[in-house]
Design a protein around this ligand. Structure first.
Ligand code: KIV
Length: 298
């Protein structure tokens, strides 16, 4: 495991995320350095999350469902993700920016996957990419590590596998599937990933994976024993329109707040309460001679 010093200016780097694992392993019970990760899709939220001290901003392909209104993450294109990753990059000073590789951008052939990952680094300023899948992705992860693009793995419920999994279901509940997830976690680590997302699995299994790996685990619906946690921003802010999974704790109800503000605005416009005189510009009192000159025909 790497133990490079951090950049010295508070900037969260890939080696810093790896060092958190060393710290957490060495200080069992001290959870103060757990990794806080949220998804982000635009400049203002990236700035707010960055300034609030979130460690990792993940430009997730959840973009498709929570921002673009798709039914699943499958239709998200690389151009859409690049566009949003650039905006997040502009808003992030301190946090590590990780871009999710969308479905189809690394599935068909290895060199296409590598080229697309390079685009995220070159064109969007991403500092790492995330790919879904365990053992199936070892070649891609190893090649990305070789060309020095840090990779975050993602195992368990991988939403891009929606059709193969037959729905969004908790994974690893039987001994055989739990064994497979353990193998996936080890494969992702051995291939060179610097962290791995564990999504929707029993907390006992996530705890076992976390104990066995020397890279940090970042859980979502995987219980409290991971080295970090990630949530989809719109879920935690109450900006979604679907029933939420039980792990998606709601920290704010911005949906209700936005609706209230829009209703109030509409009522003010219709009643003439908006804008007020103070919210209007006023003409400068012009000298009578200036006005005469302005009126004079040429
Ligand atoms: O797309 C996303 O936001 C994600 C997180 C849920 C891990 O993959």
């Amino acid at each position: 495991m790497n133990s490079l010093p951090d950049a010295g200016n508070g900037k969260v780097t890939v080696p810093d995320i790896l060092n958190r694992k060393t710290f957490l392993a060495a200080h069992l019970g001290d959870t103060s350095r757990r990794i806080a990760c949220l998804s982000a899709y635009d400049y203002p939220t990236a700035r707010l999350l960055d300034e609030a001290g979130v460690d990792i901003l993940l430009v997730g392909d959840s973009l498709g469902m929570v921002v673009l209104g798709y039914e699943s993450t499958l239709p998200v294109t690389i151009e859409e993700l690049l566009h949003h990753a650039r905006a997040v990059r502009r808003g992030a000073q301190r946090a590590l920016v990780v871009a999710d590789m969308p479905f189809g951008s690394y599935h068909v052939d290895l060199s296409e996957g590598l080229r697309n990952a390079v685009r995220f680094v070159k064109e969007a300023g991403a500092e790492a990419v995330k790919v879904e899948g365990g053992e199936r992705r070892i070649e891609l992860i190893a090649r990305l590590a070789e060309i020095e693009i840090p990779v975050m793995g993602h195992i368990g419920l991988t939403p891009q596998s929606l059709h193969a999994l037959g729905g969004y279901r908790v994974q690893g509940r039987t001994p055989a599937t739990a064994e497979q997830l353990l193998r996936d976690a080890h494969a992702v680590e051995a291939a060179g990933a610097f962290a791995v997302v564990l999504e929707a699995m029993p907390r006992e299994l996530a705890a076992e994976i976390t104990r066995e790996l020397s890279i940090p685990t970042i859980g979502i619906g995987a219980g409290p024993d991971c080295d970090g946690q990630v949530l989809v921003l719109h879920d935690m802010l109450g900006l979604t329109f679907r029933p939420q999974p039980k792990f998606a704790r709601r920290y704010a109800d911005l949906g209700r707040e936005i609706a209230r503000a829009a209703q109030e605005f509409g009522a003010d416009v219709r009643s003439g309460r908006f804008p007020s005189d103070q919210e209007s510009y006023h003409a400068r009192p012009a000298a009578p001679q200036e006005r005469l000159l302005a009126r004079k025909p040429n």
